[in-house]
Design a protein around this ligand. Structure first.
Ligand SMILES: Cc1cc2nc3c(=O)[nH]c(=O)nc-3n(C[C@H](O)[C@H](O)[C@H](O)COP(=O)(O)OP(=O)(O)OC[C@H]3O[C@@H](n4cnc5c(N)ncnc54)[C@H](O)[C@@H]3O)c2cc1C
Length: 394
């Protein structure tokens, strides 16, 4: 039996793989066949659907700011991209902003980031403790030196709805989705030629895209690429209910790294651990002690009415964590030119999906980026040492 052939095979149908599939299929200059392979069509355990859905402009690198700017404009005009005769995108964009708080120790970094963000026309305002208190009377500002509040283009969306609408639109444009697990990638010198599936099928391609999220390193290794610095790192999300209402609450990032935001009538929150306490991990076992010992005391300190809260549903998900510089890895492998990375998004891949989908579709269609130049995120940077250091990783 002849092997199946697709011009582009995308491994992983999460938000990154499905955005790439959509933008490729929507490229007028590209009339090719596209296959997305995902082992789990429910997407119940992928990073995308377990994420917090945050969209922000407040990054510390120009490239991430520009990527998120496109993300936000995409989400705000999503109908232009993803609506169809029977597709009505509703991703529940709550444009309530991010509030980054700083003590004396962090205020100069916050101010530097603010300057950079303003130079990229980000709608962000620097607030003194008094101004913070005036705006958010529920906030304890006693130990704060200031805060930066996003006034527009920031907030959160519903990740599951976004993923579903990307998939439906991609399918409507001719993209095929296959439920199967990629278990091998065959390579002939510096060209990858086909994927092998758990069902024993082989699929031949011109390009393969690694969009396997936390499993990106496993997939790269199938092609003999053993130095992709992406590791699965577990993150917990806890919901809680507070009887006292706190009005106009943005997504708040405490100086400790603990974050919270409204979710319906309740809130969700979490914190990233220090690097030394962040092992590689692919299980979903919850840590409730982290909430009791670290998160709740921090919440109660920052918002005194959070002293009286009731914890609700909680879940764990995984970052595809780039252990070298916490940023995306995009574009072809240095030697294997038809193996394309879209990996390592750490905590900000959801909001980067539109710009990344567009960028990878440009690379495949035209051989170079046409809109945003994302060459800085190449795999090559690990060899040249030209890293992209993002300090605002939540
Ligand atoms: C708790 C948490 C909170 C987050 N909060 C935010 C946030 O507020 N804002 C933000 O922008 N980002 C956030 N993120 C990060 C964001 O969710 C991810 O960066 C993004 O979803 C990555 O998407 P992806 O498509 O690369 O990976 P995934 O969504 O994990 O998709 C990868 C897919 O690949 C498939 N796959 C893997 N291996 C194989 C194989 N061998 N064969 C077939 N299929 C395979 C998997 O089944 C999966 O469906 C958060 C992440 C977590 C875990």
């Amino acid at each position: 039996m002849a092997n199946k052939y697709f011009d582009v095979v995308i491994i992983g149908g999460g938000i990154i793989g499905s955005s790439i599939a959509y933008f490729l299929a929507a490229q007028k200059a590209f009339h090719c066949s596209i296959l997305v392979v995902d082992k789990d069509p429910t997407y119940a355990q992928c990073s995308t659907t377990l994420s917090v859905g945050g969209i922000r402009q407040q990054f510390s690198t120009p490239e991430n700011i520009e990527i998120s700017k496109f993300g936000s404009s995409f989400f705000k005009s999503i109908d232009q991209y993803l609506a169809g005769s029977d597709i009505n995108p509703d991703i529940s964009f709550h444009e309530a902003g991010y509030l980054f708080l700083a003590t004396e120790r962090g205020i100069s970094t916050l101010k530097n980031n603010y300057k950079l963000q303003r130079s990229h026309r980000v709608d962000v305002e620097l607030l003194s403790p008094n101004q913070l208190k005036k705006r958010f009377d529920w906030l304890n500002v006693s130990d704060l030196a200031g805060g930066a509040l996003g006034l527009s283009d920031e907030g959160w969306i519903d990740p599951y709805s976004l993923l579903m609408v990307f998939i439906r639109k991609a399918k409507s444009l001719g993209v095929k989705y296959l439920e199967d697990e990629v278990v091998g990638i065959d390579r002939n010198a510096n060209i990858v030629t086909d994927i092998r599936l758990a069902t024993d099928e082989k699929i031949v391609f011109k390009y393969v895209v690694n969009a396997a999220g936390p499993k990106a390193t496993e997939v790269a290794q199938m092609a003999g690429i053993n130095n992709l610095p992406v590791r699965p790192r577990k993150r917990f999300v806890y919901s809680f209910h507070c009887k006292t209402k706190i009005p106009d609450c943005p997504l708040v990032i405490d100086p400790s790294g603990v974050y919270f935001r409204p979710e319906g009538d309740s809130f969700i929150c979490g914190v990233s651990p220090p690097e030394s306490q962040d092992p590689d991990c692919l299980d979903f076992v919850m840590d409730y002690q982290l909430f009791e010992d670290v998160i709740w005391p921090t919440l109660a300190h920052r918002v005194p009415v959070f002293e009286a809260i009731k914890r609700g549903r909680s879940w764990a998900g995984h970052y595809a964590y780039n252990v070298v510089d916490q940023n995306a890895i995009l574009g072809p492998h240095t030697k294997i030119n038809n193996f394309i990375f879209a990996n390592g998004f750490s905590g900000h891949g959801l909001q980067q999906a539109p710009a990344v989908g567009r960028a990878i579709s440009e690379l495949i269609t035209f051989g170079s980026y046409q809109t945003l130049n994302l060459n800085k995120f190449s795999f090559e940077r690990f060899g040249s040492g030209k890293l992209v250091k993002e300090i605002n990783v939540v």
